[in-house]
Design a protein around this ligand. Structure first.
Ligand code: NAD
Length: 295
């Protein structure tokens, strides 16, 4: 069924996601603060709006793909009064769980429905329409969001009520961030013990050290030809985004008073790496700081 969709935030992720919605036959009206970004979206069939409010006036569904929670909450202040009652708001940005719940409550108080649906899969997944969506919503809202999410993704997981999608996202990325550091430390230790990268890979990739950070995104060149290590760590999944996601996880750990030490330490390591010129590199380049730290 063709739906009328308002799309806010047409950047690296939002641009290709909106294009997938157009391809699926939906009517997409978009808005971005940057005129050049809006112009590019237009070439993909997105109807450009003059303002955020104009993008959502006739929408059945509103999708936001914005940098952080403060942008989502600020945007909702303009969008909620402009939308028709009962509009379905789907926030796909990666934001704090508390902000996601606040956005949900604002939408519901304004007479709308809301879903948090952050994604995994990066720009390649957005371009191919193969993203994984992690949704936080009631059953009815989740069902209503289904056709739109299916046009942009290959896997859609209902994680629980409002905020559960964001919770799943930061927990998953905490596993990924820590495991990349574990794999990197093992390679650096192996180097100092005279062990070749290939030998460590051949053992660990088929033994109990096996994990995605090793077998798909290996931080040393050679064993996994497609990993960013083979192309000077050109992202990939940028270290700045890993630092952002782990910062959200560390904030949630602190708020809950949990003894989660490695997640908090990993957040600090990626933040330092991003601040020291690593921001645009793939997060697996963290291995270079582990090597250099020992010299
Ligand atoms: P981006 O910076 O490329 O795009 C964000 C866009 O939002 C920008 O074009 C900006 O101009 C626009 N924007 C900001 N405020 C706005 C407003 N009030 N109204 C309209 N437009 C506004 O960022 P991105 O890489 O597309 O990431 C978007 C979100 O997706 C982030 O929350 C990020 O953490 C998450 N994410 C990114 C990736 C990735 O690989 N890039 C992967 C998974 C999740």
């Amino acid at each position: 069924m063709t739906q009328s969709i308002g799309f806010l935030g047409l950047g690296n992720m939002g641009g290709p996601m909106a294009a997938k919605l157009v391809e699926a036959g939906h009517r997409v009206t978009g808005y971005d603060l940057v005129p050049e970004v809006l112009r590019q979206a237009r070439t993909a069939g997105v109807g450009p709006a003059e303002s955020a409010a104009d993008a959502v006036r006739d929408a059945d569904v509103v999708i936001t793909m914005l940098p952080a929670g403060r942008h989502v909450l600020a945007a909702y202040a303009d969008l909620l009064p402009a939308a028709r009652p009962g509009t379905l708001f789907v926030d796909c940005s990666t934001i704090d769980v508390a902000d996601a719940r606040a956005a949900h409550d604002l939408a519901v108080r304004a007479g709308h429905r809301a879903v948090d649906a952050p994604v995994s899969g990066g720009v390649p997944g957005a371009t191919a329409g193969t993203l994984t969506f992690m949704a936080g919503a009631g059953e009815a809202e989740f069902a209503a969001a289904g056709p739109v999410l299916e046009a942009m993704g290959a896997r859609i997981v209902h994680c629980g009520p409002s905020g559960a999608g964001q919770a799943a996202k930061i927990c998953n990325n905490m596993i990924l961030g820590i495991s990349m550091i574990a794999v990197s430390e093992a390679f650096v230790l192996g180097e100092s013990l005279g062990l070749s990268h290939q030998a460590l890979f051949d053992v660990a990739s088929t033994a109990s050290g096996q994990c995605w950070a090793l077998t798909s995104n290996c931080p040393v060149p050679g064993p996994v030809p497609a990993s960013p290590a083979n192309r000077d760590y050109r992202a990939g999944f940028a270290a700045a985004l890993m630092a952002k996601d782990l910062g959200l996880a560390a904030g949630a750990v602190e708020a809950a008073g949990l003894p989660v030490e490695l997640g908090v330490r990993a957040a600090q390591l990626y933040a330092d790496f991003a601040a020291a010129d690593g921001a645009g590199l793939d997060f697996s380049a963290i291995i270079t700081t582990i090597r250099e730290g020992g010299k």
